[in-house]
Design a protein around this ligand. Structure first.
Ligand code: FRU
Length: 476
């Protein structure tokens, strides 16, 4: 008996040790997995009083995506997340190699989760991706539909995935990302009258070659009277300061005609964020707000957090609006700024010494004239040299973020709107930085990995307001 107890306690110890995550890079107020690997946000929704965020999840390892499950968390305020048990396992023959990305649709008190079932095949047709459904009546237990898959999509194999579903009048719509023979990315549309039987309607958008070989995570929604087609193309070549990441995320503005089921593109593809780590976005609407999350990471980076027991985090919840010129503005949901953290520093001139961020996490609020250069430096105080510099180049009209190392620079054209001051809101969280310029015209989301405390200072230029506010810790 004593031996049995010893074995049990040793097993518990081993499991606990395995599950422990080193907190040095672990976000304090962004959602990350308790341990293991996280990628794309899935199934964003508001259901029975809670926001729900599912995500691509490998509970077995933080070093590789493995076979995707759906991880799950819920929140009352989009910031404080309660981790819940795994929503979906790869336990059916049609999803044995991954319960891939998808979306939630809420109707008549039920939550419908549409997802891609992935099965790996051989070297020629290397995978089969079908679209499937799971239903929940309580937001905890999810039952896969017995007649899955709903869409076999034989003619679209092997890359057809990431269903995003919505309803308009009496019809349900589903967009899917597709690759024509691994060469051309496109978004295809299906419709349904009952949520179960789906018919192919045609192509909504297609790469002309310049937008790569595959479109992942498509999303179509209305924003201030325009239709926005948001997606993550793979295979876009770098072009000057644009498209510097392995894969991109961006949008087309146009009109969606519900009579012909056609998307009429009005503007060129625009990248949504200019940092290193922003991918696989999804949006949903609640109480008139269009809310977006992205995976704040990028494929194939091998960031050091993997060795610490977790990989991946979500961006802050962002509210989208559209300018009359058809440009998306992104701003953090007000819930983030409403968190009542201490003001660590506040002044109307450059701080005389670098300000150490509490627990490596804070919101830094900066204003300056906007008519001269400005450089802000976030530097690790210890021996670790991880620094991030953010510059406003007034002459060039660019914002430049440099996290050092190989391929450290990202930039985007931005100047304050006519006659306005420069305003930057910078959210730092242990291993991430999210910069919102002005009214949200340009954003940068990047990861960096300081092992010691982080201090912020103004290197060039003069600020007229400088505030560092702590953000309360909400580790699970
Ligand atoms: C995007 C993506 C999706 C897919 C999922 C798999 O990052 O590749 O297209 O469904 O990740 O985890």
């Amino acid at each position: 008996m004593a031996l049995l107890n010893l074995i049990i306690s040793l097993t518990v110890l081993v499991l606990t040790v395995e599950a422990a995550v080193n907190p040095r890079y672990y976000p304090r107020y962004h959602l990350a997995p308790e341990c293991g690997w996280m990628n794309d946000p899935n199934g964003l929704s508001f259901y029975q009083g809670f926001y729900h965020l599912f995500y691509q999840y490998n509970p077995k390892s933080s070093l590789e995506p493995g076979i995707a499950h759906w991880g799950h968390a819920r929140s009352r305020d989009l910031v404080n997340w309660e981790p819940l048990s795994i929503a979906m396992y790869p336990d059916e023959n049609y999803d044995a190699d991954g319960v891939f990305s998808g979306s939630a649709y809420i109707e008549d008190g039920l939550m419908y989760l549409y997802f891609t079932g992935n099965v790996n095949l051989d070297a020629v047709i290397y995978r089969n991706e079908t679209q499937a459904l799971a239903v929940s009546g309580d937001g905890f237990r999810f039952v896969k539909y017995p007649d899955n898959p709903l869409i076999l999509g034989t003619e679209f194999q092997p890359n057809i995935r990431d269903p995003k579903v919505w309803k308009h009048e009496d019809t349900y719509y589903m967009v899917l990302g597709h690759s024509i023979e691994d060469k051309t990315g496109e978004i295809v549309l299906f419709t349904s009258k009952d949520k179960f039987q789906w018919n192919y309607e045609g192509v909504l958008a297609q790469s002309d070659g310049s937008l790569g070989y595959m479109f992942e995570c498509p999303d179509l929604f209305e924003l201030d009277g325009e239709a926005i087609l948001l997606f993550s193309p793979q295979g876009v070549e770098p072009d000057g300061y644009k498209y510097r990441n392995l894969y991109q995320t961006g949008y087309l503005v146009g009109k969606f005609d519900y009579k012909t089921n056609k998307f009429i593109q009005e503007r060129e593809f625009v990248e949504l964020d200019h940092g290193h780590d922003f991918y696989a976005t999804q949006t949903f609407e609640h109480e008139g707000r269009r809310i977006l999350f992205a995976w704040m990471d990028m494929w194939d980076q091998n960031y050091p957090e993997g060795g610490d027991g977790f990989t991946g985090m979500m961006t802050l919840p962002r509210i989208l609006t559209l300018t009359p010129e058809g440009h998306i503005l992104q701003n953090p949901a007000e819930e983030v700024d409403n968190l009542s953290g201490d003001i660590v520093f506040s002044g109307n001139a450059n701080p005389k010494t670098p300000i150490v961020l509490p627990d490596k996490s804070a919101r830094i609020w900066i204003e300056s004239s906007g008519t001269e250069d400005l450089e802000l430096l976030l530097s690790a105080t210890g021996t670790n040299t991880s620094t991030v510099s953010i510059k406003f180049d007034f002459g060039a009209g660019f914002v430049i973020l440099d996290r050092g190392g190989n391929d450290g620079v990202r930039m985007a054209p931005w100047t304050p709107s006519n006659g306005e001051k420069l305003l930057w809101r910078v959210y730092v969280d242990a291993s991430s930085i999210e910069l919102f310029c002005g009214k949200g015209e340009a954003t940068f989301s990047s990861r960096f990995f300081p092992t010691s405390d982080v201090a912020v200072s103004v290197v060039t230029g003069d600020v007229s307001k400088f505030e560092v506010k702590a953000i309360p810790r909400t580790l699970p």
